[in-house]
Design a protein around this ligand. Sequence first.
Ligand code: FAD
Ligand code: EPU
Length: 364
Amino acid sequence: MVDFVPQVALQGFNTLALPARAEYFCTAASIDELHKALDFARQRALDVTVLGGGSNIIFAGDVAGLVIRLAISGIAKVGEEDEEGERVLVRVGAGENWHQLVLHCLHQQWYGLENLSLIPGCAGAAPIQNIGAYGVELAQRFVSLEAIDLDSGNIITLDRAACRFGYRDSVFKHELRGRVAITSITLALSRRAEPQLDYPELRNALSDIPQPTPLQVSATVCALRRAKLPDPVERPNAGSFFKNPVIPVSQAQQLKASHPDLPLYPVSEQATKIPAAWLIDRAGWKGVRRGPVGVHDRQALVLVHFGGGSGAELLQLAADIADDVARRFGVTLELEPAVIGGASAAGEGHSLVGRGQPDAGSGL
Ligand code: FAD
Ligand code: EPU
């Protein structure tokens, strides 16, 4: 039984706690319920927006059509990937909480997700931006996913290559943007502990422990995150508000010459990633408050909502930050979370940026 409720307040369904209403809202806890929801939308010619934990979205206004919150549960070992039985395939329902999944896998001694501890949201959203933290990306553990095509209702399976994962990027931000509901993901984990300590901050934090266990890595990642990222329950936010810009090596070298403390993360022979947080911080925005919205005082990449504000106010602050960074450093910042509702209700045409349009030349 699926309840389709008209005019539902979405403030409790996004970690920025932004006010917005859904024209219709329902929760789908199974594939059958998802099909029923898609039938409801088709019969009324409603647009469909799929929602997980709401931790990577900015509501720019009310959302036309049907918002479907996916709550499909289940974590199951579905096989071993090699003869030694070292690699374990785990299939996860889209509605499973990501951090609870990480803890469950650690408990089962299925390793590989520990660097991704404490990332908010649901498993079904993890492929959308190829979640990553502390030196590991989802793509490295990903095997395949199942999804439902929102138009046809057909079930589709995509392997890793088909998902076209990149840094905070995937096919779901391009050709398949807004066109599928991911219902489950399958991951390849390992029974053998292989700590990934490439991220300097993590390596330094564990330098006293010669062979850290996956549990220790997870606990350290949690401690590092808690020290700088605001808990959305206490201070609403959506994590990083911008992607870290990837710029030509020549431009990075020029910036480094005038700003020797700028950290550089080489990506290829042609491109270098630089921290957006550094640019925003050096431009003087860290800790700046503008009425109900502001920039977190311990991580300049995180914009926060103090309460009583709107998506428009937050997006205006983001646009002003991006303009200032472009003027000072000649670097374009691109929004990381998806903008939903308001002028972007039909999925296009929001004045600042659509639902993540990196291939459109981007930026604010
Ligand atoms: P939502 O916000 O509900 O949705 C995000 C987008 O995915 C929307 O466009 C939505 O329509 C779409 N979507 C959601 N579920 C599905 C589905 N099943 N099928 C199809 N489309 C779907 N991200 C990182 O990568 N690394 C981090 O370290 C990190 N740290 C964070 C820290 C904080 C404090 C916060 C608030 C966020 C952080 N994030 C981070 C961002 C966020 O947690 C991830 O992007 C997460 O995967 C979003 O999951 P969600 O379920 O909340 O997605
Ligand atoms: N920095 C500053 N000022 C600040 C914060 C950071 O100058 O206020 C500089 C420091 O030099 C620091 C560098 O920026 O070394 C990078 O900072 P940090 O290690 O905190 O990571 P980040 O690049 O800001 C990225 C991800 C996070 C992820 C962390 C850890 C993006 C857009 N963000 O942040 O993901 O948790 O690395 O891997 O890639 C998210 O996507 O929501 C998110 C939180």
